[in-house]
Design a protein around this ligand. Structure first.
Ligand SMILES: C[S@@+](CC[C@H](N)C(=O)[O-])C[C@H]1O[C@@H](n2cnc3c(N)ncnc32)[C@H](O)[C@@H]1O
Length: 544
C-alpha cells in the first residue's frame, strides 16, 4: 500500500514503484508494467497528485498500445488530458495511438499540441514536430494513394521501409461471375494506378533456404496463424474483418458482400466505439472463432514472395513470407489479369497492371500465367476452382486452334526446335485471322518458347527474320497478362535493339508505360531507370 504525505505520494513509495516499472519496461513485460502503472495511478488519484497521475496514465497508455489494446490506451490518454490538457507525454501517447489506428489528422494535432506544450526548442519539440509532419504526409497519402518510393529504391531498398498509410482507391467489393465476391473498379483507371494499400493483419516470415524441408515452412505457418489469432482476440474490428472472408465451405451465393466502409480508415465514431464500452462489450461477448479463422487462412492467405517482392520489398532478407491482407483477399484470379501486388514491409500495394474500365473486375494471377492452358488448368484445380476467364475459354473452346496448341505443346515437350514452334504458331494465327487480343493470349501461353528463342543468338540467326520482334511480342503479351518483369525485360532488350519499336521518344514512352504497369506508379522516372537496370541485371544473372 502506498504511503501518502501532504501534497502527494511519499518519495520512497514512488521511487520503489518507479524502479519496479523501469525493470518491467526493460523486460518488456507489458502486463506487469500496466499493473504497476495502475498502482501508481490509484495512489496518485487518491491524493490528487496530478503530475504523477498524468505521467502514469500516459505510460500505461503506451503499454496498453503494446498489448494491442488501443481503446484502453486512448481512454488513459483522454483521462490524463482531462486533468492536464497540455500534458506532453499524454499528447504524444495519444498521437502514437491515433497514428496506429490510421487517424493521421487527429494524430498530427496531438503531436503539434505536444510540441507546443513541451515549449522551447529542444530535441523533444523537434521530435514532436517531425511526428506531426509524418502524420500530415500519411494523411495526404491515405486520401490520394500517391506513394513515392524513389528515394528508397535509389538507396537500393536499404534502411527502414518507407511509411505507408492504408488506402482504398476507386474499387468496390461486389458479386463476381468468377465466384463469390470480387473487387471491381468503379472508375476507369490507367495502368500503374494504385488501387489498394492494405496493412497485413499479420505476417509470418522466415529466412528459409530454397532446399529446406517442410518443417521450417510449418514453423513460419504456425507463427503466422498464432499472430492472426492474437490480432483477432485483441481487436473485435480485426476479427469482424476476418469473418467477412470465405472459409471455402460456403455456397458461392451464400457469401455476403461486405460494406466498403469496413475497409476505410477509422472515423472518430469508430474509434470511440472501439475505445469505450461498446468495443469492450463486443470483446467480452464474442470469443474468437478459431476454427473459422483457420479455415479462412487455408483459403485466403497470400505468399509474400510474389514476383514483385523480389525487386520491391523483401530487402534481400526475407525469402519466405505468408500474410493476410483482408481487402486484397477479395481479388479473384484470372489468366488475363489486370492487377499486381507489391509488398513493402507489412503493406501490400495492389496496382493496375493494365488499363481498367469502370465496372471491370480487378483480378491478379494466383499462379504463373505465362504457360499453356493445360498447365494453368492444373494450377487452378490445385487451388480448388476451374478458371473460366476469357483467355481460358478462348484457348479451350477454339477447336482448330486448340488442336494446334496441343500439337505445339507436345512438340515443345519432346524437345522440338523452339524456333519452329514459334513460327508455326505465328503462321497459324495469321492464316486463321486471329484477332490481336487473342494472339496476345497465345503468345503469353507460349512465352517460354518465345523468350528462349529471343535469348539465343544462334536461334535468332536462324529464325529472327521470320518472327515478330521481341519488343512487339512483349507489348502484345503485356496486353494479355499486364506488366510484369518478364515482359518488361523483353521490352527493355527489344527497345535497346531498336527492333520495331518506333522512334526514340516513342520507345521511351512504351518502356515507361510497361514499367509503370509492372511496378506501379510508385517511383519517379529517375528511380524507374534504376528499376530497369535491376530488372535487366536480374535477367543476366538468371541467364548465366
Ligand atoms: C482469395 S479468395 C477470392 C475471393 C472469393 N471469391 C470470395 O468471395 O471470398 C479465393 C477463392 O475465390 C475463388 N476464385 C478465385 N478466382 C476464381 C476464378 N477465376 N474462378 C473461379 N473461382 C475463383 C476460389 O474459390 C478461390 O479459392
Amino acid at each position: 500500500m502506498a504511503r501518502i504525505q501532504d501534497g502527494g505520494l511519499d518519495n520512497d513509495t514512488l521511487q520503489h514503484l518507479r524502479s519496479r516499472a523501469t525493470q518491467l519496461l526493460l523486460k518488456e513485460d507489458w502486463r506487469e508494467y500496466v499493473a504497476v502503472c495502475s498502482h501508481i495511478i490509484d495512489a496518485a488519484a487518491s491524493v490528487d497528485d496530478r503530475r504523477v497521475l498524468c505521467s502514469a496514465l500516459a505510460h500505461r497508455a503506451d503499454a496498453r498500445a503494446r498489448l494491442g489494446d488501443a481503446s484502453a490506451g486512448l481512454a488513459d490518454c483522454d483521462a490524463a488530458i482531462a486533468v492536464e490538457p497540455a500534458h506532453p507525454g499524454a499528447l504524444l501517447s495519444k498521437g502514437a495511438l491515433l497514428r496506429g489506428l490510421g487517424r493521421y489528422a487527429a494524430a498530427a494535432d496531438c503531436f503539434r499540441a505536444a510540441a507546443l506544450a513541451s515549449g522551447g526548442g529542444g530535441a523533444a519539440v523537434a521530435e514532436a514536430r517531425q511526428l506531426a509532419e509524418q502524420c500530415r504526409r500519411l494523411e495526404a497519402q491515405a486520401r490520394s494513394g500517391a506513394v513515392d518510393l524513389s528515394e528508397w529504391v535509389l538507396a537500393g531498398f536499404s534502411g527502414k521501409f518507407p511509411d505507408l498509410a492504408e488506402y482504398v482507391g476507386c474499387v468496390e467489393v461486389r458479386r463476381s461471375p468468377h465466384g463469390g465476391r470480387g473487387v471491381f473498379a468503379v472508375k476507369n483507371v490507367e495502368a500503374g494506378t494504385t488501387l489498394i494499400i492494405a496493412k497485413a493483419v499479420a505476417i509470418g516470415r522466415g529466412v528459409i533456404p530454397d532446399a529446406s524441408g517442410s518443417d521450417e515452412k510449418m514453423f513460419v505457418w504456425k507463427d503466422f496463424v498464432g499472430k492472426v489469432l492474437e490480432a483477432a482476440e485483441k481487436c473485435p474490428k480485426t476479427a469482424a474483418l476476418i469473418y467477412t472472408l470465405s472459409t471455402g465451405q460456403e455456397r458461392q451465393d451464400e457469401l455476403a458482400v461486405p460494406d466498403m466502409a469496413m475497409f476505410r480508415k477509422e472515423t472518430e465514431d469508430d474509434s470511440l466505439s472501439d475505445g469505450t464500452t461498446a468495443g469492450k462489450t463486443t470483446r467480452t461477448q464474442e470469443a474468437v472463432q478459431m476454427d473459422r479463422i483457420l479455415k479462412v487462412l487455408d483459403v485466403t492467405c497470400l505468399t509474400e514472395d510474389a514476383p514483385a517482392a523480389d525487386v520491391l520489398g523483401n530487402n534481400g532478407v526475407v525469402n519466405c513470407g505468408v500474410g493476410l491482407w483482408v481487402l486484397p483477399s477479395f481479388i479473384n484470379h484470372s489468366c488475363h489479369p489486370n492487377a499486381r501486388r507489391t509488398h513493402i514491409g507489412d503493406h501490400a500495394i495492389v496496382h493496375a497492371s493494365r488499363d481498367i474500365k469502370a465496372g471491370e473486375e480487378i483480378t491478379f494471377p494466383y499462379f504463373d500465367v505465362l504457360v499453356p492452358v493445360s498447365k494453368r488448368r492444373e494450377a487452378s484445380r490445385a487451388w480448388g476452382f476451374e478458371c473460366k476467364c476469357d483467355r481460358c475459354r478462348f484457348e479451350a473452346e477454339d477447336s482448330i486452334l486448340g488442336h494446334e496448341i496441343l500439337k505445339l505443346e507436345n512438340y515443345l515437350l519432346s524437345g522440338g526446335d523452339i524456333g519452329a514452334v514459334v513460327m508455326q504458331l505465328e503462321e497459324k494465327m495469321r492464316k486463321s485471322m486471329v484477332k490481336e487480343r487473342q494472339k496476345a493470349f497465345l503468345r503469353a501461353s507460349f512465352w517460354s518458347a518465345y523468350s528462349a528463342l529471343y535469348d539465343s543468338d544462334k536461334l535468332m540467326k536462324k529464325w529472327g527474320r521470320r518472327i515478330p520482334s521481341e519488343a512487339l511480342v512483349a507489348e502484345s503479351v503485356a496486353d494479355a497478362v499486364g506488366g510484369n518483369e518478364c515482359v518488361l525485360r523483353a521490352t527493355l532488350r527489344g527497345s535497346r535493339d531498336g527492333n520495331g519499336c518506333g522512334n526514340r521518344l516513342e520507345v521511351e514512352d512504351k518502356v515507361v508505360r510497361i514499367g509503370r504497369a509492372t511496378y506501379g506508379k510508385l517511383v519517379k522516372r529517375h528511380a524507374m531507370r534504376d528499376l530497369f537496370r535491376l530488372t535487366l541485371d536480374a535477367a543476366n544473372k538468371f541467364n548465366l
